[in-house]
Design a binder for this molecule. Structure first.
Ligand SMILES: O=C(O)CCC(=O)C(=O)O
Ligand SMILES: [Fe+2]
Length: 317
């Protein structure tokens, strides 16, 4: 039987000042299972106020309703830099049908914000700092789920400059066409998404598409490529997509907890030499991978299957 959504994990034990070791252990077990089976789970009681998330969705609606020429003022100049910061709309020939607004950490010189909507900036900056907290918490939980030495991931992933957050708007489906984001895996460490009530996010598990049913206040978490590589595929960077709904735009936000571009990534000895398993990936530099992925987005190949993903570094075993 196909389950109707992804598992949900209660994070309240990690915020309990009295200490709730039993609750933490249970959450760690649930997350370990979710990361190996679905690669996706919802978190509740994560400490980010629902009002703030709703406010961010509301403000992004206001922004995306601006006329195209207003939004395009916040687009990166063509050829200027290959980083799609600010406002971006998928090129006409892309199979993806969405527009998005991307920022790096507050204070980054790359960021641009609409001057006539100052609240968007303050709300995004507030959310961003909260997502940094949740990112670091989930990273430490995943560190424990994988049985790595204490603080291993924290010390390895010690530079926050390449995390980013994006507001998305998916256009309503047409009679002929409903693809919002074509199936893909995320090219970072851990992704966090909150979405409005429209739905459309789907995760592939055992060949079936499972809908990620929106629940107010929940945040969707998914393991992305770098965790899959480090764990030599013990944890899964699941394939997912967004399918558009007829008659309504869908709004969501994603926060992408990443690695610094100068880091090297390869399967850790704990999941290879120490247990007699061959590595499933070659060693690679984050920068090289990110540049290829960015090219996928800015100048999409004619055939979506030609987009470069983590299998580019896979070792045939
Ligand atoms: O909008 C969403 O729900 C997910 C977006 C997504 O998969 C991505 O940006 O990588
Ligand atoms: Fe994604």
């Amino acid at each position: 039987m196909v389950s109707s959504s992804i598992p949900t994990v209660d994070l309240s034990p990690f915020f309990n000042e009295e200490g709730d070791e039993h609750g933490k252990k249970e959450a760690i077990e649930n997350i370990t299972k979710a990361c190996s089976e679905h690669g996706f789970f919802n978190i509740m009681n994560h400490g980010i106020p629902t009002d703030l998330m709703n406010k961010a969705l509301q403000l992004s609606k206001t922004f995306f309703q601006y006329p195209p020429e207003e939004k395009l003022k916040l687009s990166p100049a063509p050829g200027d830099c290959q980083i799609p910061v600010g406002y971006n709309i998928q090129p006409d020939h892309s199979v993806d049908k969405n527009e998005y607004f991307l920022v790096f950490q507050p204070g980054s010189s790359m960021n641009v914000y609409p001057e006539n909507l100052p609240e968007l900036r303050s709300v995004i900056e507030d959310l961003y700092s909260r997502f940094l907290g949740i990112g670091s918490l989930l990273e430490s939980i995943i560190n424990d789920c994988l049985g790595l030495p204490q603080n291993f991931l924290k010390e390895y992933n010690n530079e926050r400059a390449w995390d980013f957050m994006a507001a998305f708007r998916y256009f309503p489906a047409t009679e002929k066409e409903a693809n919002g984001i074509t199936e893909h895996e995320d090219g970072n460490c851990i992704t966090f998404v909150f979405q409005d009530e429209v739905g459309g996010l789907e995760v592939r598990k055992d060949g079936e598409w499972i809908p990620v049913v929106p629940v107010e206040g929940h945040i969707v978490v998914n393991v992305a490529d770098f965790i899959q590589v480090l764990s030599n595929k013990k944890f899964k960077s699941a394939t997912h997509r967004v399918v558009r709904t007829k008659g309504r735009s869908r709004y969501s936000y994603g926060f992408f907890y990443n690695l610094h571009w100068d880091k090297w990534v390869e399967p850790l000895p704990q999941f290879t030499t120490e247990i007699g398993e061959p590595p499933k990936y070659k060693r690679f530099l984050v920068k090289e991978y990110q540049k290829m992925r960015m090219r996928n987005k800015l100048d999409p190949p004619a055939r979506p299957e030609d987009e470069i993903g983590i299998t580019y570094y896979a070792i045939d075993t």
